[in-house]
Design a protein around this ligand. Structure first.
Ligand code: GRF
Length: 214
């Protein structure tokens, strides 16, 4: 699987994916890192692991269509066939979503469909969870469709919300869960263990060697 990781921020999820690739041959190393921000921390992490990166800022392109073409061209150059959005804050153009239907995942720091949607990112999510009084939060890996945080759920993990939590406390706890969940989702796709049927995503069992008992 030739995977590109898109990130706008520090890139700790990018790092978690790279670490997993060191531990298991079933976990690929990204072939490309794409960001919209020249100052994104993920760029240093990509350089440290010799993963090529590209900075594509949507506002530098005259239209969304031209931006989409540039993205698709950059992905084609590296034969990318799978995309991970790991803290990428820009909307993916529809033509790119269509080109990667069923082959693009995002990680969101709450238990979707709760506390998702446009404008729900970073500490806003964790503040909303705390203000609501929820006892549990978590992380969701989902397929990307043309709306915010609405695609079919692939994996989820829960974490407790403590009464003394600040948004930062909760964010840190959720982030640790993300670092387990996202590499696990990547591994499942890379080993063809995901089947998508409408909104339902099934995880197929491990392929075991076929011992022929004749
Ligand atoms: C994560 O909480 C992710 O869920 C959210 O943005 C954050 C990215 O963190 N979408 P990092 O850049 O991977 O450290």
């Amino acid at each position: 699987m030739k995977m590109a990781v898109f990130a706008s921020g520090g890139g700790s999820n990018f790092e978690a994916i790279c670490r997993a690739s060191e531990d298991s041959p079933a976990s690929p190393l990204p072939v490309l890192c794409i960001t919209d921000r020249p100052d994104a921390g993920v760029l240093g992490r990509a350089a440290a692991r010799n993963v090529p990166s590209a900075i594509l800022k949507p506002s530098s392109f005259p239209t969304t269509e031209v931006f989409a073409e540039a993205l698709l061209e950059t992905l084609r150059e590296r034969n990318v066939d799978f995309i991970v959005l790991a803290g990428y804050l820009k909307k993916i153009p529809e033509s790119v979503v269509s080109a990667f239907e069923g082959r693009m995942i995002n990680i969101h720091p709450s238990l979707l469909p709760a506390f998702g949607g446009k404008g729900m990112y970073g500490d806003r999510v964790h503040r909303a969870v705390i203000d609501y009084g929820a006892r549990f939060s978590g992380a969701t890996v989902h397929l990307v469709d043309n709306s915010y945080d609405t695609g079919p759920v692939v994996l989820q993990a829960t974490v407790p919300v403590h009464e003394s939590d600040s948004p930062g406390d909760l964010a840190a706890r959720v982030l640790l869960a993300e670092h387990q969940l996202l590499p696990e989702a990547v591994r499942l796709f890379a080993t063809n263990r995901i089947r998508i049927d409408g909104r339902r995503v099934s995880i197929l069992p491990h392929q075991t060697p076929n011992h022929n008992k004749q």
